[in-house]
Design a protein around this ligand. Structure first.
Ligand SMILES: Nc1ncnc2c1ncn2[C@@H]1O[C@H](COP(=O)(O)OP(=O)(O)O)[C@@H](O)[C@H]1O
Ligand SMILES: [Mg+2]
Length: 204
């Protein structure tokens, strides 16, 4: 019963927070993206990244792509999440270069087109990424993350619950997506840090 209430609360909170970020104007979005990227560029975890994944924003998500020219200048290998064609709610990470053929997935998000087998060779095992920039719907000051509710990142990063090589996870969001505290589930994979257009919170 308690977990039922929690699911209902989580759904309502997701709806509220998604509404908040969609309500931002284009100008506010652009300004937030610039401020976010300025902070990201000074973060040690980003400055030492050699193989980094980010995302193309939808539904009012904060836009991390102003970082792309800077990353390319630094010869960082850039990857994007792709819906895994074989197993549900799981992500692949595929190289994203200026000439990468792209296609819209079932959520309307552009991703590298892995229908070509040549493209599949540009996939990197997730453990081999050193840094992931992860979108989120809500966060708190202890860097806890609430996602879209599909558990895509939790499933794809579940290997991080076991010892072995694992990437640094950096959540990014608008400041208006912060809440006082979030419930943490056993399957949630913790972030090291959350960066917004105004703040930076590290996991204690
Ligand atoms: N490693 C995993 N293996 C299987 N199912 C998972 C895993 N991680 C998360 N899930 C499932 O995904 C669903 C959504 O997870 P949740 O953490 O609530 O969403 P989000 O992280 O998107 O906010 C949960 O019902 C959970 O059972
Ligand atoms: Mg989760």
């Amino acid at each position: 019963m308690e977990s039922l209430h929690r699911d209902v609360d989580k759904r309502a909170l997701r709806r509220f927070l998604r509404h908040q970020r969609r309500a931002l104007s284009q100008h506010e979005q652009r300004l937030a993206a610039q401020r976010l990227c300025k902070q990201l560029k000074s973060l040690p975890e980003i400055r030492r990244a050699r193989r980094l994944s980010l995302y193309l924003p939808v539904n009012g998500e904060i836009d991390p792509t102003p970082l792309l020219p800077w990353l390319r200048q630094r010869n960082v290998d850039i990857y994007l999440p792709v819906l895994c064609p074989f197993s549900a709610n799981r992500l692949w990470f595929v190289a994203y270069r200026p000439d990468t053929p792209m296609v819209k997935n079932r959520f309307g998000i552009w991703e590298p087109d892995v229908r070509f087998s040549a493209q599949r060779r540009n996939r990197l095992p997730t453990w081999a990424l050193d840094t992931l920039i992860v979108p989120l719907v809500g966060f708190d000051a202890n860097a806890n993350r609430m996602g879209m509710g599909g558990g895509f990142y939790d499933r794809s990063l579940a290997f991080m619950h076991r010892p072995g090589p694992s990437p640094t996870l950096i959540g990014v969001a608008h400041a208006c997506q912060q809440v006082a505290s979030l419930p943490v589930e056993p399957w949630d994979v913790p972030l090291q840090v959350v960066v917004s257009d105004q703040d930076c919170f590290r996991r204690q």
